[in-house]
Write a protein that binds this ligand. Structure first.
Ligand code: GLN
Length: 409
C-alpha cells in the first residue's frame, strides 16, 4: 500500500452510516437528505437521460448548458459577469473539485491552512497531492454549557497569522460552515482577506452550503471583497443545493488563470463529469428561481433547524445555533457513560466523542457524527465534547430523534 494511503484510518462516514442501519437508530449523522429532491429537479434528470447526447462524454470543463446556467445564476452574486467559457468549471461533486484544485496548485511540501473544525476530506485531498495541512481553530466564546450562536465561534486572526510560513500557499475557507454552522460576517472576512493578500495566498472558498443561511444572516461571498477575485476559487455543490448528494455534481468559479489550472488537473482525474446529471443540475438552476425554490428551501430548513434545536433543548443538551448549513453542534459534556461500557473494536483507539456517539446510537437510538474527526491531532481535544447532528431530514425523522433524545434527560 502506498504510504500516502497506508496511514488513513477508517473514515467517520463509513463507521457511523452503517452503524445507524445496523442499530436501526435515527440517523442524523452523515449530511444527506432522506427526502426526495423537488419534482422539477427529478423531472430535469429524466429529461436529460432521454436526451441523446446527454448520455455521452461532456467537455472536461463541463457541459455548456451547466456552465451557462451557473454563470447566469452566479453573476449577480459575484457582482460581475461570469464567463461560462473560462470562469466556471463543473466537477464530480464539490469533493473532486477540491481534489482537482489541490492537484493543480500544490507542489510537495506546500502548506495549506485549514480552519478547524473542517470537513475531514480536505486532509486527504491535500496530503495525496503532496501538501502539508497547517491548522488554526475557531474558538467558541461565551459559556459553552449554555446555548450559544455559531457567531460565537471566532477565528483569532493573529493566531492565523502566526501559522503562515514561506511555504504557505493556500488558505481554505468555508462559509456557511460545516460543522459549526457559522456564516462569517463581512468584517471577519475582511480580516482574512487582508492576510490572504499580504502573504500572496491562493484562497479556496468552500461555499457548498451557500443557499442555506437563516435570518438575519446572509451569505456573502469572500471572492467579492476588494482584491480577492483574482486569487479565489469558490466551490459549490449541486447536491447540497438541490438535495441530490448522490449525483456528484459540483462546480468551481474563479478567474480564468486559476480555473485553467483546475481544468488541466481535472481532465486527468475524471476526464469529465457525469453528463446527464450535470445537464439536470443545469436545468434545475435555470428553473429554480421561477419556482421560488431557494427561498422556499431556506424556509423549510429553518423549520427543520428549529425543530432540532428544540429537541436538543428538551433533552437538556446545550448547543450552537447555526446561522447556516444543516448541522448543529451539541455539547455532550454532561453525558456520563459507565467506565466499563463496551465498545466495538473499531472505536477502541478513537477519541472520546466517537465513544459518546456510539453510546448515543446504541442506548438512545440517535446517530450523530463525532466532530473530533474535523480536527488535527493537536487540537482534537477541542472537538471531543461535541456531537454533530444533521437536520437535512424529514419532519418524521426529526420527531423520532426528538423523542429518542428525551431519554437523555
Ligand atoms: N458533507 C457531508 C457531511 O459533512 C459528508 C460527505 C461525505 O460523506 N464525504 O456530512
Amino acid at each position: 500500500v502506498a504510504e500516502r494511503v497506508a496511514h488513513f484510518k477508517q473514515d467517520v462516514w463509513s463507521i457511523f452510516t452503517p452503524l445507524a442501519a445496523q442499530l436501526k437508530a435515527v440517523n442524523l449523522g452523515q449530511g444527506f437528505m432522506n427526502f426526495p429532491p423537488p419534482d422539477f429537479v427529478r423531472k430535469a434528470a429524466i429529461s436529460a437521460i432521454n436526451t441523446n447526447d446527454c448520455n455521452q462524454y461532456s467537455h472536461p470543463k463541463g457541459r455548456l448548458r451547466a456552465r451557462e446556467a451557473l454563470a447566469k445564476s452566479y453573476s449577480p452574486l459575484f457582482d460581475r459577469t461570469l464567463d461560462p467559457e473560462t470562469e466556471v468549471i463543473t466537477s464530480a461533486g464539490a469533493n473532486e473539485g477540491l481534489y482537482a484544485i489541490f492537484a493543480g496548485f500544490l507542489d510537495d511540501g506546500d502548506e495549506v491552512i485549514l480552519i478547524e473544525p473542517f470537513f475531514d476530506q480536505y486532509i486527504a485531498n491535500i496530503t495525496m497531492n503532496g501538501g502539508v495541512p497547517v491548522y488554526v481553530p475557531l474558538r467558541p466564546h461565551g459559556d459553552t454549557n449554555k446555548i450559544i450562536s455559531s457567531r460565537d465561534w471566532k477565528l483569532d486572526i493573529n493566531e492565523l497569522r502566526s501559522k503562515i510560513t514561506p511555504k504557505t500557499k493556500i488558505l481554505v475557507f468555508n462559509t456557511p460552515h460545516n460543522p459549526v454552522g457559522k456564516v462569517f460576517s463581512r468584517e471577519e472576512m475582511l480580516e482574512i482577506a487582508q492576510v490572504v493578500q499580504e502573504f500572496n495566498l491562493l484562497l479556496i472558498s468552500d461555499e457548498v452550503y451557500d443557499r442555506l443561511y437563516y435570518k438575519p444572516d446572509v451569505h456573502e461571498r469572500i471572492a467579492t471583497l476588494p482584491g480577492l477575485w483574482d486569487r479565489t476559487i469558490t466551490v459549490g455543490s449541486g447536491g447540497k443545493t438541490f438535495g441530490t448528494t448522490g449525483w456528484r455534481v459540483g462546480w468551481s468559479i474563479g478567474p480564468k488563470h486559476l480555473i485553467k489550472t483546475v481544468l488541466a488537473a481535472q481532465t486527468r482525474i475524471v476526464f469529465c463529469v457525469n453528463s446527464p446529471l450535470q445537464e439536470a443540475i443545469a436545468i434545475s438552476i435555470e428553473e429554480a428561481e421561477a419556482h421560488g425554490y431557494y427561498e422556499e428551501n431556506i424556509a423549510l430548513y429553518e423549520q427543520r433547524r428549529d425543530k432540532l434545536c428544540k429537541a436538543l433543548s428538551d433533552a437538556g443538551l446545550p448547543y450552537t445555533i447555526p446561522q447556516g448549513s444543516y448541522f448543529i453542534l451539541a455539547n455532550t459534556k454532561r453525558i456520563n457513560i459507565p467506565e466499563d461500557y463496551e465498545y466495538p473494536e473499531i472505536l477502541l483507539n478513537r477519541p472520546k466523542d466517537f465513544k459518546v456517539c456510539y453510546w448515543m446510537a446504541k442506548e438512545i437510538g440517535v446517530v450523530a457524527i463525532p466532530p473530533s474527526e474535523f480536527y488535527s491531532e493537536e487540537n482534537r481535544h477541542l472537538g471531543e465534547d461535541y456531537a454533530r447532528f444533521a437536520f437535512c431530514k424529514t419532519d418524521e425523522t426529526l420527531e423520532a430523534a426528538a423523542k429518542a433524545l428525551l431519554k437523555l434527560k
